[in-house]
Write a protein that binds this ligand. Structure first.
Ligand code: ADP
Ligand code: MG
Length: 273
């Protein structure tokens, strides 16, 4: 089972690593927001991150000194060629991997000093993951796939509300095999956000989808970010997707080679590629 799914079906821990930021009232959504200000609270503060993978005699330097702050409510698109270190960086922010050197803080907590048990709790309570492949359980309906997570979360939305947020209110009783790829990915998004995570980390969420369904998936991510205020990072190698971001960070050979704010954010329907 991929790591994101394994995490989401573990029983809940008894201690919170850190308090959630800006959690909404049960059942309630925040009013639609405007872009977060450039001085909103810092959710992630990464400094000097390096990552070296050792494969026998061979060393691969995946990150070569990354400094990055992500602010509350931001939607950041992370662009870069294959092999530039995007997934490595996202996995470190999400507590799925640890850097070789450097530090990452999530709010007031040092992730790089965390034990494995603390990282597990951090992922379970604070992070929603979406991967290229949806990793749904084939024998469970859309509603049941989402309920796997809400059953073990502290203040989840109802599975029906989470599915409605991604536009799947009419697909709750469908099994994965009865849904399109785009619908399955939206179930995966509903599953990731139903626990009201502080951050939503998406690694090539449209990588396996065609143009139109890809846009519906991006729309779901955009809506979650706007309505729940979830700090969101989306990895893609599709430059056109950068238009939906508040901020675009580009990676080249394990380093951040560009980092700029979009003057205005284009809704995913308005993107074309
Ligand atoms: P991207 O997501 O931008 O395609 P990755 O972060 O996946 O890039 O990979 C960066 C580099 O690190 C690549 O050269 C890749 O082959 C290598 N790499 C990634 N994960 C591992 C791993 N688990 N073991 C060995 N090498 C890895
Ligand atoms: Mg990758």
């Amino acid at each position: 089972m991929p790591p994101g799914v394994a995490e989401q079906v573990l029983p809940a821990g008894d201690i919170s690593l850190v308090r959630k930021v800006g959690r909404t009232a049960p059942g309630g959504l925040r009013a639609p927001r405007t872009s977060p200000s450039p001085d909103a609270a810092i959710v992630f503060r990464a400094r000097g991150l390096t990552k070296v993978y050792k494969m026998g005699e061979v060393e691969v330097q995946a990150l070569r000194g990354v400094d990055l702050d992500l602010r509350s409510g931001e939607l950041v698109v992370l662009l870069g060629a294959s092999g530039s270190g995007k997934s490595t960086l996202l996995n470190i922010l999400g507590g799925l991997d640890v850097p070789t050197t450097g530090s990452v803080r999530f709010l007031d907590h040092d992730l790089t000093g965390a034990t494995d048990a603390e990282l597990t709790r951090y992922r379970r309570e604070h992070v929603g993951f979406v991967f290229q492949f949806y990793n749904l359980i084939p024998s469970l309906t859309a509603l049941e796939n989402v309920a796997l997570v809400t059953d073990i979360s502290d203040h989840p939305m109802t599975p029906a509300d989470a599915l409605a947020l991604v536009g799947l209110q009419d697909r709750t009783s469908h099994f994965p095999a009865q849904m399109s790829g785009g619908e399955q990915q939206r179930v995966a998004i509903a599953r990731a956000i139903a626990k009201r995570p502080d951050v939503l980390l998406c690694d090539e969420p449209t990588g396996a989808l065609d143009y139109e369904t890809g846009k519906l998936v991006l729309n779901a991510i955009d809506r979650v970010n706007r309505e729940l205020g979830t700090t969101t990072a989306v990895i893609t190698h599709n430059v056109a997707i950068a238009g939906m971001a508040d901020r675009v960070v580009r990676m080249t050979s394990g380093r951040i080679s560009d980092d700029k704010r979009n003057e205005r954010r284009i809704s995913p329907e308005g993107l074309s590629w």
